[in-house]
Design a protein around this ligand. Structure first.
Ligand code: SAH
Length: 235
């Protein structure tokens, strides 16, 4: 006999993603509260974007249950998606204004790109590993961010010279010093957010270009993968 109970059970199992979606949404709400607001992320636009963008979608399925944990996670090719707090902090530190030209160095999974595109109308992003770039692009298209994102696969140069100058540059990989090509690609009054230091540990730095010179502020210690070509990989 086809009971109402069976009918309901079939309905639910035929549509598991609905329940799953609710759980992820709830986990994101928790993440915003316990990992971001509690640590001083106050920018409404950043909090809204963090509550909306599905971080799990940028991770392999076997990591979905940890997607909203307070930690970086692997995305393949020895690269990582940063801890949610770090991503939120870096975007907040950019203090995006309408019409700003923004460059992200290190597209990786595309997660941070999606957050930036959620807040800002146009984002330039550059990735040195073509396979990661292609995967990120496919995901960004699938989630509806494609129109706002211009992705560039890095050649021998650093950054995205053809589209410079930028009012904000956000770098998701670490180097010893702020690379000259990125300083050149920064507009007057533009800001670069970048982890600077050694292989094991860096300091998150924000540098603002004032009269052609950089004024630096240091935030906190962090750990990023090396920036290819400028990083520590050959040392
Ligand atoms: N923001 C990403 C995390 C990036 S991890 C996310 O949300 O998933 C750092 C990324 O920087 C890696 O994908 C790495 O391949 C890339 N990268 C390293 N050196 C680079 C360079 N010189 N130019 C562009 N991308 C670079």
């Amino acid at each position: 006999m086809y009971t109402i109970k069976k009918f309901l059970k079939n309905m639910i199992s035929a549509n598991p993603s609905f329940e799953e979606k609710q759980t992820f949404e709830e986990k994101r709400r928790q993440m915003v509260k316990t990992q971001l607001m509690s640590r001083g992320i106050v920018d409404e636009k950043v909090l809204r974007a963090m509550a909306k963008v599905p971080r799990h979608e940028f991770l392999p399925a076997e990591l979905w249950d940890r997607a909203y944990d307070d930690t970086p996670l692997p995305i393949g090719e020895n690269q990582t998606i940063s801890q949610p707090y770090i991503v939120a902090y870096m975007i907040q530190a950019l203090s995006l204004k309408k019409g700003d030209r923004i460059l992200e160095v290190g597209t990786g999974s595309g997660y941070q790109t999606a957050l930036l595109a959620e807040i800002h109308e146009e984002i330039y992003t550059v990735e040195v590993r073509p396979q990661l770039a292609q995967k990120a692009l496919a995901k960004l298209n699938e989630l509806g961010y494609g129109d706002r994102v211009k992705i560039h696969i890095a050649d021998d140069s650093l950054g995205y010279e053809e589209e410079a100058p930028f009012d904000g540059i956000i770098v998701a990989a670490a180097t010893f010093n702020i690379p000259e090509p990125l300083i050149d690609q920064l507009a007057e009054k533009g800001k670069i957010i970048i982890p600077i230091g050694g292989r094991e540990l860096q300091t998150l730095v924000r540098a603002t270009k004032i009269n052609g010179k950089l004024a630096e502020e240091e935030f906190f210690k962090c750990m990023f993968v090396p920036l290819v070509r400028e990083g520590f990989e050959n040392n």
